[in-house]
Design a protein around this ligand. Structure first.
Ligand code: H79
Length: 442
């Protein structure tokens, strides 16, 4: 039995060892974003509004992007699908122009979804659009070129989950017997197939905004070689942002925290995390109707006003909004999507000042609305408040003036240490958002 000093020495030794081990751990995983990467993060936050596009050979069946899984098809059956994918109406100029006209600043498109089908010219396997479809062309190349012409940033969605490649083995929680062999080379899947395709995407398409990963949740306990893949991406394009949709606390090497069908921290979807990073840019993704990929039976389109309010709530929560459309298999975009996006664009041309380049405001978001801020302006977005007076939490900065946006008419206000009271102008008919701009002395 050790005496008191002996026990203390033992304790001190264990403590030192613990500190050493934990520092070793953090040193191994310490990721220092490059200056280009940090700049890209700020630009990402400034953009605020992006277009998500789910488009693949699954679009042919008009039953969403999970059709392979939902119908429990065999690989041999699904292999027939690319033969019918011939998007003769695909027009990169029209797609990018549509995003632009909606006030969107970036596009995130499925380079491959869970069916593993590469929608780009890949030399890693022939399971791709150029080799398996009558179309034979690379739409992502056309889209990338058009995005560069029109000044829109392009991000590639990339599914880590693969329902087609035999080397995606052992299989994950979404697996079914689709005729793949009961063996496979997991390391080859990651090192050769996935990292190979990521290298293609980050080499052949000019500057890419980033990679939007999805599907890691299919094998939460697997070793995904994340450090290796993340290092590869940052080496190929230091400014490319890594945006993982794994629903977990962000890991070293990741540049944006994204939330599927939820505002940051609001886990209504059930699979998101409540943890919200205070360091990373935030993003919230959602669908314009109820599906990601084209679904012929889905006519539940959200109204333009509803979409605008979602964008405002995202901005007030210091987040971007990534709004999805699922184009038709022939390359056309549903006119119902188009009309709503044009409506949002018109609204953004009047109210965009209160959204672009802002960060979440100093007053906590509430049912009544949210605030955003930039430089010496605080934007109060009144989304759900019918009374003429609105009392808000105190703001430390001195407010020198208050005006409506876009009319610029003065608004009466009282500021004291207990809070801020605004005398609101009456709501207009069919109003999305009543914006009051507060000018502060700093
Ligand atoms: O690409 C779109 C969808 O196809 C994909 N992500 C968006 C952007 C998506 N995949 N799954 N989900 C959305 C939600 C489904 C989650 C579940 Fe699960 C998969 C429920 C059960 C299996 C993940 C793993 C959550 C629980 C276990």
């Amino acid at each position: 039995m050790p005496n008191g000093r002996g026990r203390f020495a033992q304790f001190a030794f264990i403590l030192t060892l613990a500190v050493f081990i934990s520092e070793l751990g953090s040193a191994q995983s310490s990721y220092q974003p490059s200056p280009e990467n940090l700049q890209a993060r700020r630009e990402f936050q400034d953009m605020k509004f992006g277009m998500f596009i789910h488009w693949g050979v699954y679009s042919v069946l008009g039953d969403g992007e999970w059709v392979f899984h939902n119908r429990k098809l065999k690989v041999d059956e699904y292999n027939r699908l690319p033969m019918f994918f011939d998007p003769e109406k695909f027009d990169a100029h029209a797609w990018v122009s549509l995003a632009k006209s909606a006030g969107m600043k970036y596009i995130t498109i499925t380079s491959r979804h869970h069916d593993g089908f590469a929608m780009f010219d890949s030399k890693i396997s022939d399971w791709n659009i150029v080799q398996r479809t009558p179309y034979k062309k690379d739409p992502l190349k056309m889209l990338a070129d058009e995005c560069h012409r029109q000044g829109i940033k392009l991000f590639f969605y990339y599914s880590q989950l693969d329902w087609h490649n035999p080397d995606y083995y052992p299989r994950g929680v979404t697996s079914w017997d689709n005729g793949r062999p009961d063996h496979g080379d997991w390391d080859a899947y990651l090192d050769h197939y996935m990292d190979g395709q990521l290298t293609e995407l980050l080499t052949n398409y000019g500057p890419v905004g980033g990679i939007w990963f999805d599907g890691m949740w299919d094998k939460p306990n697997a070793d995904w070689h994340l450090d290796k893949t993340y290092a590869l991406i940052h080496k190929l394009q230091p400014a490319a942002l890594i945006i993982p949709n794994h629903h977990q606390t962000p890991r070293p090497g990741e540049d944006v925290q994204t939330f599927e069908r939820d505002l940051p921290g609001q886990n209504t979807a059930g699979f998101n995390t409540n943890y919200v990073s205070s360091q990373l840019p935030l993003e919230s993704s959602d669908t314009l109707n109820e599906n990601w990929g084209f679904n012929i039976g889905d006519s539940k389109y959200k109204s333009a006003a509803e979409l605008e309010r979602r964008l405002v709530r995202a901005a007030g929560n210091n987040s971007n909004l990534l709004m999805n459309i699922g184009p038709y298999p022939n390359g056309e975009i549903d006119p119902q999507f188009v009309s709503r996006l044009h409506e949002i664009g018109e609204w953004m041309s009047k109210y965009g000042d209160s959204i672009y380049n802002t960060r979440g405001g100093p007053i906590p978001p509430g049912d009544w609305g949210v605030t955003t801020q930039k430089e010496n302006k605080i934007y109060v977005h009144v989304l759900n408040w019918s009374a003429p007076m609105l009392a808000l939490a105190p703001v430390t900065r001195k407010i020198t003036a208050a005006h409506t946006l876009p009319e610029n008419s003065p608004v009466e206000f009282t500021q004291n240490p207990d809070g801020l009271i605004l005398k609101l102008p009456p709501a207009k008919e069919n109003e999305t958002d009543r914006v009051i701009v507060l000018t502060t002395s700093m």
